[in-house]
Write a protein that binds this ligand. Structure first.
Ligand SMILES: *Cc1c(COP(=O)(O)O)cnc(C)c1O
Length: 762
């Protein structure tokens, strides 16, 4: 153990000329991380070599939300406790690394999914590597100014980045009509849990402006030209890298698809399809051969049902920036329409080029061998609605791969109390096979549940301190913790939660709600900087928090906090402490969700709609152990054409009362008029959207009823604790290990190669 510290000491002296006591957190982080990077270097090299020689799968994603690496890497290497103890012996607290920036090269769920997949693949010895963009600035840092979101640049490498290696020898050039840029690769090791297989996240950086910023949009609203350049940059640099490897192995280009499977994480990297065809044709293959190889190589994962989020590019822009690529897309489109014509099918709804628009989803579906949604219901909606025409054409291509999360980071690392509780009862097999959690169902005595509740209480105390230090609001540990953490978006309906909290507040004040169990309502979310309505909801919730937290007649029963800068690390603190998980999107809008899985795994009950993976969560954990409300997809679809939110607003006094707070002077928006606009978006609608497009008013009252059910049920701790624990015990299916192994079997045709754990660093 002392050896670890001696080595850190030495590195600090060598690299920074300081002793441990003089060193900054960043210097200690740098020394420790580099020590580990050196320690794994040989194994990593071996693994990379192995990946190159075998059939490999490559995850192409514009986003990776890996979070902070240091704890996770120590944990996966089995070193966290040793290093912690060594630090403590020398009077240092390993919690110091809480100051280290998250690596936030992603917006939310889609980017975090990519990170979880890499962890799972490395852990299970699958030859999967990630390709992505190394943005100079990650997702903006968020803080409050007068209750409004303020954005600051996320200069995440300010203090260096010890966890990646620059590979200057592997630089390639990416050509646009108006410029040629160098793509500089940075490799980050993906250290699996207790295995000597180390995966690689290969991120490409351009010295030029192209990779300066991550687009902070979950859906639409992009700075078009630059974003298209980013997409092509990622695609071309990554494919050139794969081609070079392929050539190093002296393989014939005709065998490309036999050796490489590429998964497109949404349409962002779809321009890889024409790019691969272009590169293969440059190697002397015909268009037909190249097309065939591309189709066998690519799989496409769809992440959204929202029409406005299905990417379409101006053909003009394409032609101007990427004329060669445009020509290839044109040929692909001609081939498609020719094939359809010969089958007597009208190609207009399938066309990749429609007028001046290029439909990336059509391109992705046509030139790939597998298309998947990310939860059962989502995959059904793709077949029956969003991609219905394509499903009729190629039913065999459509699959479902319900998302998952890595239990190492989202339980083992972030919730050591619950991890120990579980391991004490069923052993530690769940770390590699989450389905083992089922065995917890044999440990449901009242003694078990009391111990489980004690773990939860300690996690709440820890979160309470953490939140108090950052936000200045105290959440008493004996309160029920009701949390909604996810990107801020109208469809996720944080506004409905806010209205519910207000209604409960008025209910308590009026005496309508009696003996209310003290509850803390916690929000965490970033809004896209240009998404005015979403930003208005943040301001609104901050105003509600101020009103309630300062009202001494209720603040012993309610507290509200909207934490600043929600990110992976914040999530790792919040999730273990949650009692109630808010998953309240209207049915048919959330493709899957993964936050719902993290919270379930950590023993929170879901207060949820019948949407995304919530349905599978309810199925696995039992309706009786969760709190479902709201209409089905079909009901909402039938209702949509004649939905009249104004009628609800006028006939339901409780609804009217909370909505009116936006405009009757209860809350101030600083004279900006944004609260009035938000009000209008619910009651009257605006030029581009019908009023209350996401059914907030329609579902508000049923939602409040279920919310109150959940909160009041906590008054019987044993019964509520049992429900919570049943959720943990039923979470086995939602491991990203399962998801990635399913991709490997059904889409990538990839097998794990078994390894021994031989890494021995100290
Ligand atoms: C898991 C995760 C998400 C996704 O949350 P959803 O509730 O599925 O939208 C977003 N951001 C962070 C930081 C996460 O860890």
């Amino acid at each position: 153990m002392d050896k670890i510290f001696e080595k850190i000491e030495l590195r600090l002296k060598q690299d920074h000329q300081v002793t441990p006591n003089e060193a900054t957190v960043y210097q200690i982080h740098d020394a420790l991380s580099k020590l580990i990077m050196d320690g794994i270097a040989d194994t990593w090299y071996e693994s990379r070599h192995m990946h190159e020689r075998s059939r490999g799968a490559y995850y192409f994603s514009a986003e990776y939300l890996t979070g902070r690496m240091v704890y996770n890497n120590l944990y996966n290497l089995g070193l966290l406790d040793q290093v912690k103890a060594a630090f403590a012996e020398h009077g240092l607290d390993i919690n110091m690394f809480e100051e280290i920036e998250d690596c936030a090269l992603g917006n939310g769920g889609l980017g975090r999914l990519a990170a979880c997949f890499l962890d799972s693949a490395a852990t299970h010895d699958l030859p999967l590597d990630g390709y992505g963009i190394r943005y100079k600035y990650g997702l903006f840092k968020q803080s409050w100014r007068d209750g409004y979101q303020h954005e600051a640049a996320d200069d995440w490498q300010r203090f260096g980045d010890p966890w990646s290696r620059r590979r200057s020898t592997h630089e390639v050039l990416v050509k646009f009509a108006d410029q040629t840029v160098r793509a500089v690769p940075y490799d980050m090791p993906i250290i699996g849990y207790h295995t000597d297989n180390i995966g690689t996240l290969k991120e490409k950086n351009a010295v030029e402006d192209i990779t300066r910023v991550l687009y902070p949009n979950d859906t639409t609203r992009a700075g078009k030209k630059l974003r298209l350049k980013q997409q092509y940059f990622l695609s071309s640099a990554s494919l050139q890298d794969l081609m070079l490897r392929f050539k190093r192995e002296n393989l014939s280009m005709e065998k490309f698809a036999a050796h490489n499977a590429i998964q497109l994480n949404d349409t962002h990297p779809t321009v890889s399809i024409p790019e691969l065809i272009r590169l293969l044709m440059n190697e002397g293959l015909t268009f037909e051969q190249s097309f065939d190889i591309a189709q066998k190589t690519f799989g496409y994962t769809n992440h959204t049902v929202m029409q406005e989020a299905l990417e379409k590019w101006d053909a003009d822009l394409f032609q101007e920036l990427l004329p060669e690529i445009f020509d290839i897309i044109y040929r692909i489109n001609a081939k498609l329409c020719g094939e359809l014509m010969s089958r007597g099918i009208d190609c207009s709804s399938y066309a990749i080029i429609q007028g001046n628009r290029i439909h990336m989803a059509n391109l992705a579906v046509y030139v790939s061998h597998a298309v998947n949604g990310v939860a059962k219901i989502h995959s059904e909606i793709l077949k029956n609605d969003v991609l219905k025409n394509w499903y009729e054409l190629y039913p065999e291509r459509f699959q479902n791969k319900t998302n998952g999360i890595t239990q190492r980071r989202w339980l083992g690392l972030c919730n050591p109390g619950l991890a120990a509780y579980i391991t004490k009862r069923i052993g530690d097999g769940w770390l590699l096979d989450l389905s083992e959690l089922e065995k917890l169902k044999e440990h449901m005595t009242s003694t078990d549940i009391r111990e489980f509740l004690e773990v939860k209480r300690q996690n709440k105390r820890a979160l309470s301190d953490y939140v108090y230090a950052r936000e200045g609001v105290r959440l008493p540990e004996n309160f029920v913790f009701d949390v909604q953490i996810k990107r801020m978006h109208e469809y996720k309906r944080q506004l409905m939660n806010a209205f519910a909290i207000l209604d409960i507040y008025y209910g308590i004040k009026d005496g309508r709600i009696k003996d209310f169990p003290p509850t803390a309502f916690l929000f965490g979310a970033k809004s896209a900087p240009g998404y005015i309505i979403a930003k208005t909801v943040i301001k609104f919730i901050n105003e509600i928090a101020k009103l309630i937290n300062n009202d001494d007649s209720v603040n012993d029963r309610m507290r509200v906090v909207f934490v600043q800068n929600y990110n992976c690390s914040y999530a790792e603190h919040i999730i273990p402490a949650a009692d109630i998980s808010e998953q309240i999107s209207p049915a048919g809008t959330e493709a899957s969700g993964t936050g719902n899985m993290k919270l379930m795994l950590n023993g929170a009950v879901s207060l949820c709609t019948y949407d995304g993976a919530n349905i599978e969560i309810l199925d696995a954990a039992g309706e009786e152990n969760n709190y479902r409300f709201g209409a089905s997809v079909d009901t909402l679809n039938e209702l949509r054409p004649h939905y009249d939110p104004k009628a609800i607003y006028e006939h339901e006094p409780r609804v009217k009362r909370v909505v009116d707070t936006l405009v009757n002077g209860t809350f101030q928006d600083g004279g900006t008029g944004v609260f009035r606009s938000l009000y209008n978006s619910l009651v009257t609608g605006n030029s581009w959207q019908k009023p209350d497009y996401y059914f907030v008013l329609y579902e508000l009252l049923p939602y409040i009823d279920r919310k109150l059910d959940a909160i009041y049920d906590t008054q019987d701790p044993l019964s509520f604790g049992r429900k919570a624990l049943m959720n943990t015990a039923s979470a086995g299916y939602f491991s990203s290990d399962r998801t990635v192994l399913d991709y490997a079997r059904d889409i990538w045709d990839l097998k794990p190669f078994p390894h021994q754990y031989t890494l021995n660093l100290f």
